[in-house]
Design a protein around this ligand. Structure first.
Ligand code: GRF
Length: 202
């Protein structure tokens, strides 16, 4: 069974989509066994507790350097024997040591159609603000593997969402979540966990 850690920082609506999908039997090869938050007040932690999933908090500000933070994250993941990592609204930067410890085993959901509106500084509402300012008619969400370039890894799944008259960043964010993020992230977790399980059984 592939042990999955979901890394969060905020409301956890993507985590909730994963919890609901797992409950619906969508992950025959994987199980969410840890929710690791970069923020001790994240509502995502409440969602994990209600679902009976173990939680941990590792805050970047508690560590002098990025390296010390990376090592703390790796220690928690190894303690839980984690095989695969899902970044779901996770806002801390993971350094190379973490990425090298989990090659092709970390995926991230980004709320735009990469390569648009991604990279440094593009997260949360800022992504939708930029899309509205540019006047795009179509936006969406992307699930990609995580490598050393922010939002730079191989793309796994994308889903398009229409921008509508009068959209505010908040309205657009909600539509992208409902119509894209909450659908393609569970799909990607299913694909990658099945793949890793097959690799393990070789
Ligand atoms: C949202 O901006 C979402 O689009 C992005 O991360 C933020 C929080 O998501 N993926 P969540 O509700 O914490 O999953």
């Amino acid at each position: 069974m592939i042990k999955i850690a979901v890394l969060v920082s905020g409301g956890g609506t993507n985590l909730q989509a994963l919890i609901d999908s797992e409950k619906a039997g969508m992950f025959p090869s994987g199980k969410i066994t840890l929710v690791l938050s970069g923020n001790d007040r994240a509502y995502a932690l409440e969602r994990a507790r209600s679902a009976g999933i173990e939680t941990a908090v590792v805050r970047r500000k508690d560590y002098e350097t990025q390296d010390l933070f990376d090592n703390a994250v790796i220690t928690v993941l190894k303690e839980h024997d984690i095989d695969m990592i899902v970044l779901a609204g996770y806002l801390s930067i993971l350094g190379m040591p973490v990425i090298e410890a989990y090659p092709e085993r970390i995926i991230n959901i980004h709320p735009s159609l990469i390569p648009s509106f991604c990279g440094k500084g593009f997260y949360g509402l800022k992504v939708h603000q930029a899309a509205l300012e540019r006047g795009v008619k179509i936006t969406g969400a992307t699930v990609h593997y995580v490598n050393e370039i922010p939002d730079g890894g191989r793309i796994l799944i994308q889903k398009a969402v229409a921008v509508e008259e009068g959209d505010t960043p908040e309205i657009l964010q909600r539509r992208v979540m409902e119509q894209a993020e909450w659908k393609i992230l569970p799909q990607a977790v299913r694909i990658v966990s099945d793949l890793l399980e097959k690799e393990n059984s070789k």
